[in-house]
Design a protein around this ligand. Structure first.
Ligand SMILES: NC(=O)c1ccc[n+]([C@@H]2O[C@H](COP(=O)([O-])OP(=O)(O)OC[C@H]3O[C@@H](n4cnc5c(N)ncnc54)[C@H](O)[C@@H]3O)[C@@H](O)[C@H]2O)c1
Ligand SMILES: [Zn+2]
Length: 389
C-alpha cells in the first residue's frame, strides 16, 4: 500500500498591483503560443528564465487573487525556491511523486486542502511539475466548484511539449490509466526550458521521443534539426532545445485549436501510441517510460506503413536511425504478441469496433486509417522481434 499522501496547504496571497495583460509581450526571450478552440483560449509562454517572472505573468493574465500551488516534494526541493521568489511566500500542496498517486484519492486531498484554505471560484491552481502533477491538478481544477483557473508550470520535457498543452486532464483508475478525466484548458502555461537542467537523462529522453513524434507527424524540419544536433540536444543547449520545444508546442496547439475533443485531426497526435500504449499496458507501466514505448510504437507504425506501401523504406530507416541515436530502449523481445494484440483491442482508440491507426506517409505527414488488420500488426510485431506466444 502506498503511504498516505501528505498534503500541506498554503495559499498565496497576491501582492502588489495587477498589471494589464498588455504588459506581457512576446519578446526575444518569451515566445507566445495560443490554443484557441473558438470557445476556449489558453496561452503558453516559453522562454528561459520565465519561472522567475511567474508572478508578473500571472498578474498580467489577471490570475488569481488567491493562488494555490501543487507540486511534489522532489520537484519543490529542486525548483521551489525559484517559484517562491517569483510568487511570494508559498507553501504548496504536495502530491507524492509517481504515477501511482495520479488518483481520485489525491484529487480528494487537493479538494480538502482547497476547501480548508477557503479557495473560491476566483482562485487559481498552479501545477509545478511533470505530467503526473499537471494531470492531477488539472482534474482537481476542472471539477472544484465546477472549474477554477489552472496554470501549468511544466518541469519535464514531456510535460512542456505535450501534457501541459491541450486541456486533457485526468487520473488513473485501478482498472486502467487515464480512465477518469475532463477537458479543462489551462488559462496559462509557463514553460521554462532551464528547469530541465535537473531532469534525469532517461526522463529527458522520454520527452524527446514525443518531440520526434511531432517531427514525424508535422515537421520534417524539426525532425532533421534533432537528428543533426543530438549532441547539443543532450547537452540541453538552449539554442537548439528551446526552438524544438516551441515548435512542438505550436504543432500541438494548432492541432488542438482545430479539434479539441479528438473527433478527427487530434488523432494524429496518437501517432506511435497504438502499439506504444499496448507495450506499456502489457508491462504494467513498469518497464518503459512513456516516450520509450512511443518510440517503439513509432517504429511499428512506420514498419506497418512501409509494408502497405504507404511510406518509403528510406524514411522508415531515418526514423529508426534517430530513435537509435537517442539511446537504448528497454527490450521487447520477451513480450508476447497475443498479449499486445489484446491490449490494442482494449484501447480507447477503438471507436465503434474499428481501430483508428495513424500511419506516417513520409517524415512530416500522416494518414489515419481504420482498416489495419490484426494480421498486419502481428507481422509488424514479429519483425520488431516480439515473441510469438
Ligand atoms: N494530459 C495530457 O495530454 C497528457 C499527455 C501526455 C502524458 N500525460 C501524462 O503525463 C504523465 C507523465 O508525465 P511525465 O513524463 O512528466 O512524468 P512525471 O510527472 O512522473 O515526472 C517524471 C519524474 O521526473 C521528476 N521531475 C519532474 N520535473 C523534474 C525536474 N525538473 N528535475 C528533476 N526531476 C523532475 C518527477 O518528480 C518524476 O519523478 C502520465 O501520467 C501521462 O498519462 C498527459
Ligand atoms: Zn504520448
Amino acid at each position: 500500500m502506498p503511504s498516505r499522501p501528505s498534503l500541506r496547504l498554503a495559499s498565496l496571497h497576491q501582492r502588489g498591483l495587477v498589471s494589464s495583460p498588455s504588459s506581457i509581450e512576446a519578446t526575444a526571450d518569451a515566445v507566445r503560443v495560443d490554443v484557441d478552440t473558438g470557445t476556449r483560449q489558453s496561452t503558453t509562454w516559453i522562454g528561459d528564465g520565465l519561472v522567475d517572472r511567474l508572478g508578473t505573468i500571472l498578474d498580467g493574465h489577471r490570475l488569481g487573487a488567491r493562488r494555490y500551488v501543487l507540486s511534489s516534494p522532489g520537484i519543490w526541493r529542486l525548483h521551489g525556491a525559484r517559484v517562491q521568489a517569483a510568487l511570494g511566500t508559498v507553501e504548496p500542496i504536495f502530491l507524492p511523486d509517481g504515477e501511482r498517486y495520479k488518483t481520485l484519492r489525491s484529487v480528494g486531498l487537493i479538494y480538502d486542502a482547497l476547501i480548508r484554505a477557503g479557495a473560491d471560484r476566483g482562485s487559481a491552481l498552479v501545477a509545478v511539475g511533470g505530467g503526473v502533477v499537471g494531470d492531477t491538478a488539472g482534474f482537481a481544477a476542472a471539477t472544484f466548484l465546477r472549474g477554477i483557473a489552472l496554470v501549468h508550470v511544466p518541469t519535464t520535457l514531456l510535460a512542456q511539449v505535450d501534457s501541459s498543452i491541450g486541456g486533457k486532464v485526468g487520473v488513473n483508475h485501478a482498472l486502467g490509466k487515464n480512465l477518469i478525466g475532463a477537458f479543462h484548458q489551462p488559462a496559462v502555461v509557463v514553460t521554462d526550458p532551464s528547469v530541465l537542467a535537473t531532469l534525469p537523462r532517461r526522463e529527458f529522453r522520454s520527452g524527446l521521443y514525443e518531440v520526434v513524434k511531432y517531427g514525424v507527424i508535422a515537421s520534417r524540419g524539426l525532425f532533421d534539426r534533432i537528428a543533426a544536433h543530438t549532441t547539443q540536444v543532450f547537452a540541453r543547449e538552449t539554442a537548439v532545445l528551446s526552438p524544438a520545444i516551441v515548435e512542438s508546442c505550436r504543432i500541438k496547439a494548432d492541432v488542438v485549436s482545430k479539434d479539441e475533443r479528438e473527433s478527427g485531426l487530434r488523432r494524429i497526435l496518437n501517432f506511435g501510441h497504438t502499439i506504444g500504449h499496448a507495450l506499456e499496458a502489457v508491462t504494467r507501466y513498469r518497464r518503459f517510460r512513456h516516450g520509450e514505448a512511443i518510440a517503439y510504437g513509432m517504429l511499428g507504425a512506420a514498419d506497418l506503413a512501409v509494408h502497405r506501401g504507404a511510406m518509403s523504406s528510406a524514411d522508415r530507416d531515418k526514423l529508426a536511425a534517430l530513435v537509435a541515436a537517442l539511446g537504448p530502449l528497454p527490450s521487447v523481445t520477451d513480450l508476447p504478441i497475443p498479449g499486445v494484440l489484446e491490449a490494442i483491442r482494449r484501447d480507447k482508440k477503438v471507436v465503434h469496433g474499428r481501430l483508428h491507426f495513424v500511419l506516417a506517409t513520409t517524415i512530416g505527414a500522416t494518414v489515419t486509417v481504420d482498416d489495419v488488420t490484426e494480421a498486419e500488426i502481428a507481422a509488424t510485431l514479429t519483425r520488431m522481434g516480439l515473441h510469438a506466444s
